[in-house]
Design a protein around this ligand. Sequence first.
Ligand code: 9MR
Length: 371
Amino acid sequence: MKLINHCLPLISILILNSCNIKKTEVSASLKNSYKDDFYMGTALSADQIEEKNAKEDSLICREFNAITAENIMKSMFVHPQKDKYDFTLSDKFVAFGEKNKMFIHGHTLIWHSQLAPWMEKIKDSTEMKAFMKDHITTIVSQYKGRINSWDVVNEALNEDGTLRKSVFLNTLGEDYLVDAFKLAAAADPKVDLYYNDYNLEDPAKREGVIRLVKKIKAAGGKIDGVGSQGHWQLDSPSLEEIEKSILAYSALGVKVAFTELDITVLPNPWDLKGADVNQNFEGNAKMNPYPEILPDSVQTKLAQRYADIFKLFLKHKDKISRVTFWGVHDGQSWLNDWPIKGRTNYPLLFDKELQPKKAYNSVMQLKEAKK
Ligand code: 9MR
């Protein structure tokens, strides 16, 4: 098996330190190795969208061919007031993707979290219907023909598969889901429309997604895919449950995307007997076991877990449209601050110095081995 070392790329290229420079030869990278399988994406922070760090910029362009905005397209940022939209950063995000010929994913139109405060105050169905029409139509139209897919609704389900209480459910009842998909399709009939959520490998939640997709289709809505976020652990969910979900969603006639992939290596406060997550675990050394460096044994476990997962993804590549990591490198991951603030986590393929980890090599080796 070919060893991929830190001196990427293997096949020489004109070294690119900016996305703008044209490359002359093909480099070994996630996006090139998996180009016949599915898009390999990453989530971008505001600074990355603004290309503030040339090294990060270069890594993003070298490795990934799909992008999602980690935060800046959420309701509170693009629609801060009832009669005011702010597309400054999202315009830059889309321009970045276009300039670099990337698949551009919009995240997210309807989500109970990161709403602008004025949205939380919407009380009745008339006002909410007007909000949804204006919000979805304006944002989707802004990027019609330029954004390739949207998370139309994010995280609408509880863990038992029932519908989550939210300002949308409270004012409109469950029809808000169908309405959202219809409004998005009307604004851009060609864009792919996704339902996106986490823990979609849990049987009860999986059943909830199946009901939801069927309901949207039965009501004449267009839904093209299910996005499984993939915020996973070293030992869970099992490969069997991941596979069952891929098969179940694709049996509904929709694409499957893994939209926010990362794997935590840190202890979970919920696993501690009697742990109260609201309890203050900050500064607790047991909960932050690797503040300086990830021990080799755990690097290896992480690499094996990623290899197992990508092996399964490759087995079902005909059903999978895109795999997107939730961040470019460990240093920017939201998992450094959740569910406990101020820890050092190592959930991605690149470390905080932007170096590929063992996990990167294991994902690449799956393809190298086949050559
Ligand atoms: O990574 C995002 C983090 O920077 C934000 O503080 C957080 C706010 O809720 O959202 C994070 O991204 C979430 C994504 O938008 C939806 N799925 C769960 C992600 C991790 O919380």
